[in-house]
Design a protein around this ligand. Structure first.
Ligand SMILES: [Zn+2]
Length: 244
C-alpha cells in the first residue's frame, strides 16, 4: 500500500503544478484581448481627432471664402457710395457697409477660434502619431512575449500530461477513480498531509486512533472531514530522504 500512496502523492504534486500551468495558460487570451483593446482604443481616439481636424480644415476654407465674398460686397458698396447723390440712399448704403463690416468681424473671430483649435489638434495629432508608433512596438513585443509564453506553457502541460499518464498507470484503477472523483469535488486536491493530527488541507483534527494507524502506513486512509486521501507529513520527508 505504501507504494500506491507514494504514487498518489506524486500524482497530486503533478496535478497541483499542472493546475497552476493551466491557470497561467488560460489567463493569456484575456491578457491578449486587453492589450489589443488598449491599442485599438488609442488608435480610435487618434482617428477621431484626425477626423475632427479634417472637418475643421474644410470649415476653415468655407469661412475664408465667405470672408472674401463679404469683402467683395464691401468694396462694391464703397464704390457705389461715391456714385450716390441722394442722401437717403447714401445713408442706407452706409448702414449696409456697417452691417457687412460687422459680419466680417464676426466671421474673422470665428475663424480665429477655429484656427486656434486646429493648431492645438495638430499638436495632439503629431504627438499621438509618435506615441502610436511606440505603442505599436510595445504592443507587438508584448503580444509576441505572451504568445511565446503560451507555447511554452503548452509544451510544459504536454510533458505533465505524459508524466501524469505514466504515474496513473502505476495506480490501481479503483484508487485512481476515487482520486479523480475527490479531486473534482474538492477543488483539485485529493491528497492531504496530516501534521500533528491535523489535516493540512481542511485543517480539521483526525481521530487519534486514525493518526496512529496513519503513522504505521499500512493501509489507505481518508480524512473523516474532507474525504481526501491522507498521509503522515513525516512520510513525505522520508520519501525526500530516500530520493537523496
Ligand atoms: Zn481534511
Amino acid at each position: 500500500m505504501q507504494e500506491q500512496l507514494k504514487q498518489l502523492i506524486e500524482l497530486q504534486r503533478l496535478e497541483s503544478e499542472y493546475q497552476i500551468l493551466e491557470r497561467e495558460k488560460n489567463a493569456i487570451p484575456k491578457k491578449l484581448r486587453e492589450l489589443e483593446r488598449d491599442y485599438e482604443q488609442f488608435t480610435g481616439q487618434l482617428t477621431v481627432k484626425k477626423q475632427i481636424y479634417e472637418e475643421g480644415s474644410k470649415e476653415k476654407v468655407v469661412f475664408e471664402q465667405e470672408i472674401r465674398e463679404l469683402e467683395n460686397q464691401l468694396s462694391r458698396r464703397k464704390r457705389r457710395l461715391l456714385e450716390i447723390k441722394n442722401n437717403r440712399e447714401y445713408q442706407a448704403c452706409l448702414r449696409e457697409i456697417d452691417s457687412i463690416k460687422r459680419e466680417i468681424k464676426e466671421k474673422e473671430d470665428q475663424l480665429l477660434e477655429l484656427m486656434t483649435s486646429l493648431e492645438a489638434l495638430e499638436g495632439e495629432i503629431a504627438s499621438g502619431d509618435k506615441e502610436l508608433e511606440d505603442r505599436k512596438k510595445l504592443y507587438e513585443e508584448k503580444k509576441k512575449e505572451l504568445l511565446g509564453k503560451s507555447a511554452d506553457l503548452e509544451k510544459k502541460i504536454k510533458r505533465f500530461e505524459s508524466k501524469r499518464k505514466k504515474i496513473s498507470q502505476k495506480i490501481d484503477p479503483n484508487l485512481l477513480k476515487k482520486f479523480n472523483f475527490i479531486k473534482d469535488k474538492r477543488n483539485g486536491i485529493a491528497v492531504a498531509p496530516v501534521d500533528n493530527g491535523v489535516c493540512q488541507v481542511c485543517h480539521m483534527n483526525i481521530p487519534p486512533q486514525t493518526f496512529i494507524e496513519l503513522q504505521k502506513n499500512e493501509r489507505m486512509h481518508n480524512c473523516p472531514n474532507c474525504q481526501r486521501f491522507i498521509y503522515w507529513s513525516r512520510f513525505e520527508e522520508r520519501l525526500e530522504e530516500v530520493k537523496k
